[in-house]
Design a protein around this ligand. Structure first.
Ligand code: NAI
Length: 552
């Protein structure tokens, strides 16, 4: 068995241990007393790491918070400045310094190196300031970090499995090189669709690292249970292939049977090494693989695809919350999606399930959903070229690539963007939405912020504050005509840590689909008081004590 570097590996030294003689010292010359003494004396356990090695272990290092006794016992006395500092003092020092950084990428780098040095302190700072730091360790800054990963790379985090390691035994060996075998959750990507930034190859490792940081910060999952993994099958991004600092294989992406066998071998090796109930979260896979892999593995392994299933749950919850204001059931709305990839299709399919729960047939529900992809509106004339998931949404309408035209024709109550096309929701389109709906629903879900279909400011301004808005990456509050509008965030971060916690705690073998369909109605009614007409705020106010990350 490999060394376990968890804090628990240094067991507490018994305070009752006798290190100097006292009056009750037993008479050890008596062999019987000596034997009993040997049996019952408190054990001294040698820690697995001591001295400078201990300080270099981020999972064990406490920085200046080691007490004098610990410093002496662990062989680090004199290796640290003589002053003592509590974890709180150190956390204060870190956050103060962080706030002085010139930009978000600098903050990311500072936090990243803190995680390399002192994991406990990193999570202390993150948990205490989760609202402030989530946009740093997660979208949007993590996108910037991935783009510049070659430059900011310092220490490895996570495992790299390449197409050259394509056998169960080779991958098993790599997994066995990880410092613990007690892994309960893996986040894996192949780097092909990193946020809305496209193919970033191995630079995409920042995504599993950031997601797992939220496993710990938002769900309280132990850091040593988490493993970020990147599958390196090459990249089709020529800029990266020519980048001297690129960290991955310099070759075009492998696709087809060889790719599939790598993923297959990884799934087998991971479950062989860590157990069948180890959760595997698929993240930021390209369009042609995301659904395929989900369909292939969902009944076989404990896995889920966050972009498809997580996003769907959060966005449908957001739509149901909006119906409280619009006073219309979801099944009475027409919804237009810009984008028909993993995220949008997952949401559309969950909307269909919700509408069917409300009494529509599948055909009627699909009829209320309009999808526009890079080729334009999904229409019956495109049926031959459509994937099976999209056929049911095809409409008998003229082909068009013009979103404004679609909005004018359909007059939807909700417009949802998961297209990666920044600014695709033009002022004209947003005004058209406001013309047709007293409270239009507009969700600009594409990440990072630079890819959002519209900004919060544009959405509120063009609808005179009437819009029910959410975005994938956070936007600042908007002040308009003396009112404060707080944009919602529609991001799967609101669900994946919870799904992971449930899977890890209950050692689930499979992630059941109905996990994602909670009783929104009851939950929403109990949790929020909806703003009265004259409310100063444009957003619902929670009535229960909040324990989540977005306190008002
Ligand atoms: P994807 O690559 O599977 O799909 C992209 C879709 O956009 C495709 O259907 C494509 O045809 C369409 N598209 C591209 N250019 C277009 C154009 N000019 N006009 C119309 N459609 C166009 O990607 P996926 O996984 O669906 O993600 C899309 C975006 O959604 C990304 O920016 C991602 O960051 C974001 N996303 C947000 C989440 C959240 O929690 N807020 C979760 C998952 C994804």
């Amino acid at each position: 068995m490999l060394n376990r570097f968890s804090p628990a590996s240094i067991r507490r030294i018994s305070t009752t241990a006798r290190c100097c003689s006292d009056k009750n010292e037993p008479d050890l010359s008596d062999p019987k007393t000596l034997a009993l003494h040997k049996l019952y004396r408190p054990e001294r356990i040698t820690p697995s790491k001591r001295g400078i090695d201990l300080l270099k272990q981020p999972g064990l290092n406490k920085g200046m918070a080691f007490s004098l006794h610990e410093r002496q016992y662990l062989g680090i006395h004199g290796l640290l400045p003589p002053a003592f500092m509590t974890e709180e003092q150190q956390a204060y020092r870190i956050i103060t310094k962080l706030r002085q950084q010139p930009d978000n990428l600098a903050k990311y780098i500072q936090l990243d190196s803190l995680q390399d040095r002192n994991e406990k302190l990193y999570y202390r700072v993150l948990c205490d300031n989760v609202k402030e730091l989530m946009p740093i360790v997660y979208t949007p800054t993590v996108g910037q970090a991935c783009q510049h990963f070659g430059f900011i790379y310092r220490n490895p985090k996570g495992l790299y499995v390449t197409i050259n390691d394509n056998s169960i035994s080779k991958i098993y060996q790599i997994l066995a090189n990880w410092h613990t075998e007690n892994v309960r959750a893996i986040v894996i990507t192949d780097g092909e669709r990193i946020l809305g930034l496209g193919d970033l190859g191995t630079y995409g490792i920042g995504i599993p690292v950031g997601k797992l940081a939220l496993y710990v910060a938002l769900a309280g999952i132990r850091p040593e249970w988490c493993l970020p993994v990147i599958l390196d099958v090459g990249t089709d991004n020529t800029e990266l292939l020519n980048d001297p600092f690129y960290t991955g294989l310099r070759r075009k992406r492998v696709r087809g049977p060889e790719y599939d066998s790598l993923v297959d071998n990884f799934m087998k090796a991971a479950t062989k090494r860590f157990g069948r109930d180890t959760l595997i979260q698929f993240e930021d896979f390209g369009n042609q693989n995301a659904y395929r892999l989900l369909d292939r593995y969902k009944g076989e392994y404990c896995m889920f695809n966050d972009d498809i299933q997580g996003t769907a749950a959060v966005v449908v919850a957001g739509l149901l919350a909006s119906t409280r204001v619009t006073k219309k059931k979801l099944s009475q709305e027409k919804i237009v999606f810009l984008g028909a990839g993993g995220a949008a299709t997952g949401v559309a399919e969950m909307c269909v399930r919700q509408m069917m729960d409300e009494g529509l047939t599948e055909e009627e529900a699909c009829g209320r959903i309009y999808m526009v992809d890079i080729e334009g509106l999904i229409t019956t004339s495109r049926i031959k070229s459509l994937g099976e998931r999209h056929v049911k949404f095809a409409k008998d309408l003229p082909d068009t690539k013009n979103l404004l035209e679609v909005v004018r024709t359909v007059k939807p109550g909700a417009l949802i963007g998961a297209s990666t096309v920044a600014g695709a929701f033009t002022e004209e389109i947003i005004r058209e939405m406001a013309k047709n709906n007293p409270r239009p629903i507009i969700f600009a879900l594409s990440n990072p912020t630079s890819k959002a279909e519209c900004t919060a400011e544009t959405a509120y301004r063009c609808t005179n504050g009437a819009v029910l808005f959410a975005s994938g990456s956070p936007f600042e509050n908007v002040e308009l005509n003396g009112k404060l509008y707080k944009p919602g965030q529609g991001n799967n971060a609101y669900i994946f840590p919870g799904v992971a916690l449930g899977a890890v705690l209950f050692a689930e073998m499979f992630i059941r689909q109905n996990l994602y369909s909670v009783e929104y109605d009851e939950l929403i009614n109990k949790t929020y008081e909806w703003p009265a007409k004259d409310s100063k705020h444009g957003f619902p106010v929670p009535v229960l004590r909040r324990t989540s990350m977005d306190e008002e």
